[in-house]
Design a binder for this molecule. Structure first.
Ligand code: AMP
Length: 601
């Protein structure tokens, strides 16, 4: 079995790590970075780029540069309303009502776009480790529901990865802590990233960690802070120039970029200048944006957003049945945890200094690698028990929601519920499975409707059907049923969610084909490079031995060089380049032999 890799598939950036004997290590990507932007760009010619190179085209081609796709994964279009204004590309309603991305003349599911990022990380790991990688652990925000988890797993499958486990990001950070420290403590993992906020309370007892409670908000992250700043910049610009530029996508992208840079600068400086020359132009000439943003103004603008993280901290403590005094350490995770005001708020709330021993950008991937080590059997002495983040239940009479497995139950978990018929000779029973906390069924996330059909005719209330609801260690839900005679009932899913098996297979085949086209393209690029080097080497050989070279050998060498140059000028065909390279190699060896003979003679 090859190595299992741990992947932090972030909204903004992704990181891949592995367990090197007992040491978790971050894998360096092709560009030499430890962090890969979760960005996929499409060129006009239909080429696809992932990572840093894709991020670079964001300003010039915002409609074809897909970032923050994690905000849409596993979501229905109608649930994505808040997220759509945060991106410049087109989000449309795809198959069965899911959010989809319309780019470069076709529709992509968020799973496919995420798969392109995963494929790149897989490739980096394979280059780094020098062996194929087929298995992975992927992290998700603790607050991801079943559909979002399943969709993330599907993204892995499309990328050619068997996803052994989905783990929660704060849980991964706690695992990194556990692996490193192995001491008794109760920690709070404060995870504030680009798109989401999570807070988990974890009890650590020697080698065993136990998540006590977790809460989060999938619509609270660095991008929301940037958005608040963009709104402010738009208003400043409108007041100074009397022009509203909010409708222009390129302008919005430039403002978002400048807002993020300003925000990051304010994590160390007290004031920053935001300058965007030629933001727009009208009959009176070009209009430039130039404003000074102080840390105080920044804190005033985004204060309410930051306060919401503390509100979640308060609630999670309540749910865990603990007080601030019970928390020994606070581990800060995610890029947005670097904001000084955030640090101050967290310090104030918990009344203690923060733990900065872990790199907030890498600790989640490191924890995922520790989990990989556990599943590989390499890391033996560490166990971390996680909990369900959302309550699981069914719709009951009066469109109400009945919880079967409440949130913060340790996983894996299962619950058997007996159901029966409500009228005589009823031949089918419908079960609507939901996740969430609201007492009203319609306010929770629908995971699907299951129909048990083929029941024997009987008086109402007499069939006893056992329905088993299970949540596995990845937080993924499954439902099965059998009747009182022990016969398994047929279950049909009435509202299929996400992608079908066949669709995942198709997407995977397409991703594979693209990869092999890319591999072929990069093989021919390699070969061209080899031929170029062979030409230079042959030219050098000829130049250095000009004096002793026979006329005929010199003529033959010129012919060989000509063939090499022709192949470079005319061909991208691998076969032809390979033949030319072989020929040049043979010719150079032959010439070298002759020259050696001349020298010896
Ligand atoms: P993550 O999802 O953990 O990669 O976090 C990415 C988010 O963190 C983005 O919104 C970044 O703008 C933000 N970020 C990164 N570094 C800083 C910093 N020094 N100060 C404020 N925000 C930051």
């Amino acid at each position: 079995m090859g190595k299992v890799i741990g992947i932090d598939l972030g909204t903004t950036n992704s990181v891949v790590a592995f367990m090197d004997r007992l040491e978790p290590k971050v894998i360096i990507n092709e560009e030499g970075g430890r962090v890969t932007p979760s960005v996929v760009g499409f060129s006009k010619a239909g080429e696809r780029f992932v990572g840093e190179i894709a991020k670079r085209q964001m300003l010039i081609n915002p409609e074809a540069t897909i970032h923050s796709v994690k905000r849409f994964i596993g979501k229905r279009y109608r649930e994505a309303g808040r997220d759509i204004p945060l991106v410049n590309y087109e989000i449309v309603e795809g198959k069965s009502g899911d959010a989809a991305i319309s780019v470069a003349g076709r529709l992509y599911t968020p799973q496919e776009i995420s798969a392109f990022v995963l494929q790149k990380l897989k490739g980096s790991a394979e280059d780094f480790l020098g062996e194929p990688v087929t298995e992975a652990i992927i992290t998700v925000p603790a607050h991801f529901n079943d559909r979002q988890r399943q969709a993330t797993k599907d993204a892995g499958t499309i990328a050619g990865l068997n996803v052994l486990r989905i783990i929660n990001e704060p849980t991964a950070a706690a695992l990194a802590y556990l692996h490193d420290r192995k001491k008794n403590a109760t920690i709070a993992v404060f995870d504030f990233g680009g798109g989401t906020f999570d807070i988990s309370i974890v009890n650590i007892n020697g080698d065993i960690g136990e998540v006590r409670a977790t809460r989060g908000n999938n619509a609270l992250g660095g991008a929301d802070i940037d958005r608040a700043l963009v709104d402010w910049l738009l208003e400043e610009f409108r007041q100074e120039h009397g022009v509203d530029v909010s409708g222009d996508r390129i302008v919005r992208q430039r403002l978002r970029d400048a807002a993020e840079r300003g925000k990051i600068e304010l994590s160390t400086a007290m004031e920053t200048d935001i300058q965007l020359p030629f933001l727009t132009a009208d009959a009176s000439g070009p209009r430039h944006l130039q404003v000074a943003l102080t840390r105080a103004t920044f804190e005033m603008l985004v204060g309410p957003l930051l306060e919401r993280t503390i509100e979640e901290c308060r609630k999670v403590l309540q749910e865990s049945g603990m007080g601030v005094k019970d928390i020994d350490e606070i581990v800060m995770v995610g890029g947005s945890s670097r904001i000084p005001r955030v640090k101050d708020l967290v310090k104030e709330f918990f009344g203690r200094p923060l733990n900065h021993a872990f790199n907030p950008d890498e600790v989640v991937a490191i924890g995922a690698a520790v989990q990989a080590g556990i599943l590989e059997g390499e890391v033996k002495s560490v166990t971390l028990l996680d909990v369900t983040n959302l309550s699981l239940g069914i719709e009951v009479e009066g469109r109400r929601f009945a919880k079967l497995i409440p949130k913060n139950t340790t996983i894996p978990a299962q619950k058997v519920q007996l159901v029966s018929t409500v009228i005589d000779n009823q031949r089918a029973v419908k079960i609507h499975v939901l996740q969430g906390e609201s007492a009203l069924a319609s306010e929770n996330v629908s995971l699907g409707e299951f129909e048990l059909v083929g029941l024997d005719a009987a008086a109402r209330g007499s069939p006893r059907i056992e329905v088993k609801f299970a949540i596995d260690a990845s937080g993924i839900v499954s439902v099965s049923a059998r009747d009182g005679r022990g016969v398994h009932n047929q279950i049909t899913i009435r509202a299929p969610t996400g992608l079908s098996k066949a669709e995942i297979e198709d997407a995977r085949a397409e991703a594979d084909a693209h990869q092999s086209r890319r591999d072929k393209a990069s093989e021919s690029t390699e070969l061209r490079f080899t031929v170029e080097k062979q030409i230079v080497a042959l030219e050098t050989l000829i130049r250095e031995h000009k004096a002793v070279l026979h006329k005929q050998d010199a003529a033959e060498a010129e012919q060989a060089l000509k063939r090499g140059r022709m192949a470079l000028a005319k061909s991208t065909d691998k076969g032809n380049l390979q033949d030319t390279s072989n020929y040049l190699k043979r010719f150079a060896a032959h010439l070298q032999e002759k020259l050696t003979a001349v020298h010896l003679g």
